[in-house]
Design a protein around this ligand. Structure first.
Ligand SMILES: C[S@@+](CC[C@H](N)C(=O)[O-])C[C@H]1O[C@@H](n2cnc3c(N)ncnc32)[C@H](O)[C@@H]1O
Length: 247
């Protein structure tokens, strides 16, 4: 295992309100404790371990369930093409898909920034990046770079990204403040960070509560880490799409 964290597979996602959502991976107790201590240190006083600014941090989705990310019904459920259009990507841009998984969004982002642009796919699981490279090869998409991150460091060079998308990943970050600090540095001066999260306010969205976020909580956490809300798109069926710039 080349990662800085020990990863253990927890196969009991049974209480999940999203039956198809696959198993989770989470840090082994010692690594998890270290991360929780660091997260607690950067959060408001009063946060219990495993919480950030009052929100329970979700476990990481395993690469073993990667097929779920490319399920045929996903476009209908999430209107992903509409979401991607709203990113306003242009040829020549550098667009980062942070927590890319097997690249459901990455490949479309890569096509949107061609010619001349690059899509940078980042994930903490090497298996996800392997699957992503395979999908890019099959689709003959050649302008994708991959970065294997750690739980705290996306390993992006400073001031390189026009846009960073976090699609259904922020809620499972072990170290939200640490990651946001790195992502802030990685944005170009006029760069944008796009947050896509399932709506916690809507009980009809069939996703487990800790895998959802409210609009207020998203703003609270981003603003606490030096971002300001620039605009939002409120017409997706299940998700918030909110755009932030660095303060
Ligand atoms: C629910 S999946 C979403 C994948 C993709 N964004 C999509 O919408 O298809 C979350 C992904 O985020 C990754 N992830 C979790 N924590 C991460 C971190 N600290 N840095 C990078 N990736 C992370 C997981 O490995 C997983 O592939």
């Amino acid at each position: 295992m080349t990662r800085t964290l020990w990863i253990s597979i927890a196969l009991a996602a049974t209480a999940c309100q999203q039956p198809e959502k696959p198993a989770v991976v989470s840090a082994a107790p010692s690594a998890r404790a270290a991360l929780e201590a660091r997260t607690a240190a950067t959060s408001n006083a009063g946060d219990a371990p495993g919480f950030y600014l009052g929100r329970q941090i979700a476990p990481t989705m395993s690469h073993e369930g990667a097929d779920w990310l490319v399920r045929p019904e996903r476009e209908g459920e999430e209107s992903s093409a509409r979401m991607l259009k709203e990113l306003k990507l242009e040829p020549g841009m550098t667009a980062c898909d942070f927590g890319a998984g097997n690249g459901f969004h990455t490949l479309v982002m890569a096509k949107s920034v061609a010619p001349g642009g690059r899509a940078v796919a980042i994930d903490i699981q090497p298996e996800m990046l392997e699957l992503l490279r395979g999908r890019a090869k099959e689709a003959a998409v050649t302008n994708v770079d991959t970065i294997l991150s750690t739980a705290t460091d996306p390993k992006l060079p400073p001031a390189t990204c026009d846009l960073i998308l976090l699609a259904d990943v922020y809620h499972e970050l072990d170290d939200p403040a640490g990651v946001l600090a790195h992502l802030k540095r990685a944005l170009k001066p006029k760069g944008t960070l796009a947050m896509l999260e399932f709506r916690a306010e809507d009980p009809k969205v069939p996703i487990k509560p800790e895998h959802k976020m409210s609009r207020a909580q998203i703003s609270r956490e981003l603003e606490a880490n030096g971002f300001v809300l620039a605009r939002s798109f409120d017409e997706l069926p299940w998700q918030h799409l909110m755009f932030f710039s660095a303060r």
